[in-house]
Design a protein around this ligand. Structure first.
Ligand code: GTP
Ligand code: ZN
Length: 239
């Protein structure tokens, strides 16, 4: 059974009021934009705007230090609010990027029908519930339909969506949908395996639990053989 890109495009759209590109409410008929049309959500187009952003976050961290009973003026902490602000801006730099910018011109006409698999792409994100890191590996496969995507762009797409506040399920789906929309392949498969620090350092405190999520589109959803081939090729090395 072939993969109908027009069907997939519909499932790739999302509500403009949802600033993380989430499609959790798939019944929402008001969705207007595709993943490729999504604009960067944070535009630091001048150094001044960026500095203002860092300053604002830094002031918040100063208040946090005070609230946890620390002395923000002690020598070791003097630069901490600024460092922490810079780190948070980096951890969320996916808001500054759009998929269209990232993919740019790296879509190539190619008469390749065989499966392409890029496995074990490192990813680091922040869970949106606790703003605590979760991290792991992403493996991506697709079956081309006369077009292939520059390999590094797959890693860059992972970076755009993971450097935001996320839940693992949405991250997995967004990666699959972005690739589907960019090159309209016959199918896309994504597997993400992560450790969630919010389950390890606090809360349930389950040190060894890992979470695996998958998103199968097109042929991978419909054809068990393609799915099995992908799973065999993408077998993730335990970490
Ligand atoms: N589905 C999903 N849940 C996540 C993810 N990251 C964190 N969570 C969960 O988000 C949930 C938030 O639940 P709450 O009960 O509101 O928060 P909490 O009291 O801090 O929960 P505990 O972590 O159980 O202490 C927790 O169950 C987390 O494990 C994710 O990527 N996907
Ligand atoms: Zn969490």
């Amino acid at each position: 059974m072939s993969y109908d890109p027009s069907r997939s495009t519909k499932s790739l759209t999302f509500s403009p009021q949802d600033n993380n590109g989430d499609t959790d409410q798939n019944t929402n008929e008001n969705r207007k934009h595709s993943v490729l049309d999504e604009k960067a959500l944070r535009v630091d187009d001048t150094l001044f705007i960026r500095d203002q952003r860092v300053l604002k976050i830094s002031q918040s961290y100063q208040s946090i230090l005070d609230s946890i009973g620390e002395d923000p003026l002690r020598q070791g902490l003097l630069k901490t609010p600024n460092r922490a602000a810079e780190a948070l801006v980096f951890f969320t730099k996916g808001y500054e990027q759009s998929i269209r910018d990232v993919v740019s011109d790296a879509i190539f006409d190619e008469d390749c029908e065989n499966m392409v698999v890029v496995k074990e792409i490192d990813m680091y994100s922040l869970c949106e519930h606790h703003m605590v890191p979760f991290f792991g590996k992403v493996s991506v496969g697709y079956l081309p339909n006369k077009r292939v995507l520059g390999l590094s762009k797959i890693a860059r797409i992972v970076e755009v969506f993971s450097r935001r506040l996320q839940v693992q399920e949405r991250l997995t789906r967004q990666i699959a949908e972005a690739i589907a929309e960019a090159i309209k392949p016959r199918g896309v498969a994504v597997i993400v395996e992560c450790l969630h620090m919010c389950m390890i350092m606090r809360g349930a405190q389950k040190v060894n639990s890992r979470t695996t999520t998958s998103s199968m589109l097109g042929v991978f959803r419909e054809d068990p053989k393609s799915r099995e081939e992908f799973l065999a090729l993408a077998r993730i090395t335990p970490f």
